[in-house]
Design a protein around this ligand. Structure first.
Ligand code: AHG
Ligand code: MN
Ligand code: MN
Length: 341
């Protein structure tokens, strides 16, 4: 993980300091594999612009009409927030009309939205993750994944989006926190960009981010522990033993924010299954798989407690699954605890 010079100061035109300033557009253009068309780069540029627009509204949500409920309930049975709807609308608008995206699967849309039937890509996304935190000014984010269609001869179908995470060609998130960051991977490492609001550009902050060797956090909602299966209790007991890594417990109710903190400082996030909800709460297609893809690109792993999340082929766009993502050794230990009788 290389931290780009945090404050190169006012760069002389074309001077050495200017070499430190890399926009996401420049990074994407320079990182394209030989022979690529550039279409995926431009799709990621579109998502970066969506992130800027959502960040702008998120920053002012308290000052405009964007706080509060939209008065509708989504397919998840969750009351939609105005910002959920705004973020979903922005993503749909910016992913349409360029001939790149054939269909969009969104947490906020009951059915996949067909955009351009002949286009090469499908985007899955959670337009606003952590919605319960919107009005308390806690970090929230947008999570996305991109699949390349294997057959573009016919209309987009579920064969294009009901795919395991190992088929992803890119995934990432935009995090609306103390700063706005875009973190993505297109299969060649995980790269992080911070939005400079004065110039309206995402500037490269870290290239090839990897989980630190030593974890610092575990993110579990311990208030739900009575609902968990016995193996989870064995894992938490193991975490708290004096001879295991000394971790702090942090859980803020936005998976994307918990994931980001654990990526930078080391750790594991989990949303386990529960007695009355063995499939858990998080959705495989646009929360679990994209985060597991990023984790795998950063030296970590994603699991449902028994198998790699990237191996699970969804049968429904909104299928839920237990999600554990982060430090690969903590996840291996968790799987052992869950497998013990
Ligand atoms: P979303 O806001 O997109 O529905 O996702 C919220 C998810 C996830 O971000 C978070 O970790 C989890 O819900 C929190 O759920 P609990 O409040 O049940 O802990
Ligand atoms: Mn979510
Ligand atoms: Mn959401």
């Amino acid at each position: 993980m290389s931290m780009v010079d945090p404050d190169p100061g006012p760069p002389p035109v074309g001077g050495r300091a200017a070499q430190h300033i890399v926009t996401i557009e420049r990074f994407l253009a320079d990182s394209q594999p030989p022979g690529s068309t550039g279409e995926l780069s431009r799709l990621l540029d579109d998502i970066a612009l969506a992130g800027k627009l959502i960040a702008s509204r998120t920053r002012r949500a308290g000052l405009t009409e964007l706080l509060g409920k939209a008065g509708a309930v989504n397919v998840q049975g969750e009351e939609q927030n105005l910002l959920d709807v705004y973020a979903d609308d922005v993503m749909t608008a910016l992913l349409s009309g360029h001939g790149r995206v054939a269909a969009i699967v969104s947490e906020e849309q009951s059915e996949p939205v067909v955009v351009d039937p002949t286009a090469p890509y499908v985007v899955v996304h959670d337009p606003l993750d952590g919605s319960s935190n919107i009005d308390s000014n806690v970090s929230i984010g947008t999570i996305f994944g991109v699949y390349r269609r294997e057959d573009t001869s016919g209309a987009p179908s579920e064969a294009d989006w009901l795919r395991p995470g190992r088929d992803l060609v890119a995934a990432g998130y935009v995090l609306y926190g103390t700063s706005t960051m875009l973190v993505y991977s297109a299969g060649f490492g995980v790269h992080a960009f911070t939005l400079d609001p004065e110039v309206g550009e995402f500037l490269l902050t870290w290239s090839d981010l990897r989980f630190p060797d030593e974890p610092a956090y575990y993110s579990l909602n311990l208030a739900s522990a009575p609902q968990w299966e016995a193996g989870m209790g064995r894992f938490v007991d193991w975490l708290n033993r004096p001879d295991t890594p000394e971790l702090s417990q942090r859980y803020i109710g936005s998976a994307v924010a918990d994931f980001h903190r654990n990526l930078l400082h080391g750790g594991v996030f989990g949303y386990p299954g529960e007695v009355d909800r063995p499939e858990g709460k998080l959705r495989l297609l646009y929360e679990g798989a994209p985060l597991a893809y990023l984790a795998s690109q950063a030296g970590g792993r994603g699991s449902d407690g028994t198998q790699d999340l990237l191996e699970i082929r969804p049968t429904d766009p909104h299928q839920r699954t237990p999600v554990f993502v982060g430090d690969r050794f903590l996840i291996a230990r968790l799987e052992e605890c869950l497998s013990e009788e």
